[in-house]
Design a protein around this ligand. Structure first.
Ligand SMILES: Cc1cc2nc3c(=O)[nH]c(=O)nc-3n(C[C@H](O)[C@H](O)[C@H](O)COP(=O)(O)OP(=O)(O)OC[C@H]3O[C@@H](n4cnc5c(N)ncnc54)[C@H](O)[C@@H]3O)c2cc1C
Length: 457
């Protein structure tokens, strides 16, 4: 469909207030008989999905992005030219019927499978767990998840920590059950959901649903998907949105450098950014949306890639797990040897620990990681040649890694977050997806949802 170019760029710097008002008004009158002008805020998966769908349907769409790069929490680093590394999402979790699988097929993106079964678990002293120890760990796991199931049957919600507190009661912090239960909380709950077990809701923490099938990652980087989605789209980079005036027609979106008018705006700001009130909505968002923003949690998962001169860990594993003396310290590692034939280890830190180390220097983080690796593999292991380290909680355009269900929140709050405001303001982003929040596919599907809401107007 041939449509006029409807979106107007008004330079706040060049135009006087009076003349820009005039121009905005004149433009609005002029455009009355034309198709809606769409502004999409955010060039992450949600924004790109919405923009692409609307663009394909013939709408004039502009995507406004704060950063000078595409993808948001999909971010493939090319710092090591021979090995692209994903600093945000790595995996398509559950490949079967996953819409990202279809996209990856379309662009014939190479994918590699990692398996949780290809894992070795090391005890605090660095020794691999024996069969008997694995059995004991399984028994602790059963007790933890049984306590959580019981908590889900209670009327009042509590945090996961509170729900499992009886299991830790009276235990010495250095005792095996204390360390092992904390390992389960860290590796299976905090690393997965990104929230602290002191904040995660025992009622709702596991509401996230999965697609069937294995997990695959992209050896050339997840950004292949966002680059594909962004083809042919108009994207304004380096334009942090400061205000959205949605009580007027047309709407006005003010960035640090300019302003845009639109008939409909799709907001895909991360929950962390909404919580920080970094963007002013005028009028203010209605109470149910404000409540959802305040009560849903935004968690942290940080990555530390270490590149070594050679491999010194078992070559046939994908995952290395460590039961630390202190909660959450380097419990999960991915080896890139088996999957990509590279002497690279990726260590994760989630939740409180993930947030705390953001204040450390890279050298401190690497030293801490090496302390753990030396405990497991001995003092003779080589130093890493290079490292790449993320700090998602401090990143002003994400302020966290992904959302979780905190105590005090309910699944309905995600519907409130997703609900459009009239026919003007639409919402997408991982946190607004009821079933697949916290994931790349959830973000993508939320963008398609927002596009469909506009298409049926
Ligand atoms: C470390 C990490 C690992 C992860 N691992 C996985 C995984 O393996 N598999 C998986 O499925 N999911 C994973 N996720 C989650 C997944 O990456 C996200 O759910 C998804 O990418 C979010 O997409 P989005 O479009 O909702 O948000 P974003 O990608 O954050 O997009 C929002 C966009 O808005 C922009 N923005 C912010 N503020 C402003 C502003 N004021 N003005 C204009 N633009 C603004 C941002 O720059 C960003 O581009 C991971 C996330 C992280 C951080």
């Amino acid at each position: 469909m041939c449509r006029r170019h409807l979106l107007q760029f008004l330079s706040a710097v060049l135009l006087s207030y009076a003349s820009s008002r005039y121009r905005t008004t004149a433009t609005a009158n002029e455009m009355q008989s034309n198709t809606s002008r769409i502004v999409v805020i955010g060039a992450g998966l949600a924004g790109l999905a919405a923009a692409r769908e609307l663009h394909h349907q013939g709408y004039e769409v502009v995507v406004i992005e704060a950063r000078d790069r595409l993808g948001g929490r999909i971010w493939t680093s090319t710092q090591w030219p021979d090995m692209p590394l994903d600093l945000g999402a790595s995996w398509i979790h559950g490949v079967q019927d996953n819409p990202l699988t279809a996209l990856a097929d379309e662009i014939q993106a190479h994918r590699l499978t990692t398996r949780y079964e290809r894992a070795t678990t090391y005890n605090t002293d660095g020794q691999p767990l024996s069969h008997a120890q694995h059995d004991r760990l399984d028994r602790h796991r059963t007790r933890v998840f049984h306590a959580l199931m019981q908590a889900q049957e209670q009327d009042d919600d509590v945090s996961i920590r509170q729900a499992i507190a009886p299991l830790l009661h009276g235990l010495d912090r250095s005792s095996e059950p204390y360390r092992w239960i904390n390992f389960i909380l860290s590796s299976e709950i905090e690393q997965e959901y990104s929230g602290s077990t002191a904040e995660l809701s025992a009622h709702w923490y596991d509401q996230l649903q999965n697609f069937e099938g294995g997990d695959v990652l992209f050896p050339q980087g997840f950004s292949a998907i966002t680059e594909f989605l962004a083809r042919d789209l108009r994207i304004e980079f380096g334009q942090p949105v400061q205000a959205i005036e949605w009580g007027r027609s047309p709407l006005r979106v003010v960035t640090s450098r300019s302003e845009f008018i639109a008939d409909r705006v799709v907001v895909t700001l991360p929950l962390g950014v909404l919580k920080a009130q970094a963007v002013q909505f005028s009028p203010a968002l209605p109470p149910p949306k404000q409540e959802a923003i305040a009560k849903l949690g935004m968690g942290v998962l940080n990555k530390c890639y270490l590149r070594f001169p050679s491999v010194f860990w078992p070559e046939d594993v994908d995952w290395l797990e460590y039961i630390p003396a202190r909660h959450g310290e380097w419990t999960e590692w991915v080896s890139f040897k088996h999957v990509a034939d590279q002497p690279i280890l990726l260590g994760f830190n989630a939740a409180d620990r993930g947030k705390a180390i953001e204040a450390w220097s890279d050298a401190q983080i690497v030293a801490s990681a090496m302390e753990t690796l030396k405990t497991i593999f001995g003092d003779g292991i080589p130093q890493p040649i290079e490292a790449q380290i993320t700090r998602w909680a401090s990143d002003p355009f994400s302020l966290g890694s992904y959302s979780y269900n905190a105590v005090g929140s309910t699944p309905k709050m995600r519907q409130a977050l997703a609900a459009p405001l009239g026919q003007a303001l639409f919402f997408a982003g991982e946190a607004s997806h009821g079933k697949f929040f916290a994931t790349a596919h959830g973000a993508y599907l939320s963008g398609l949802r927002a596009a469909r809401q506009i298409l049926v107007i």
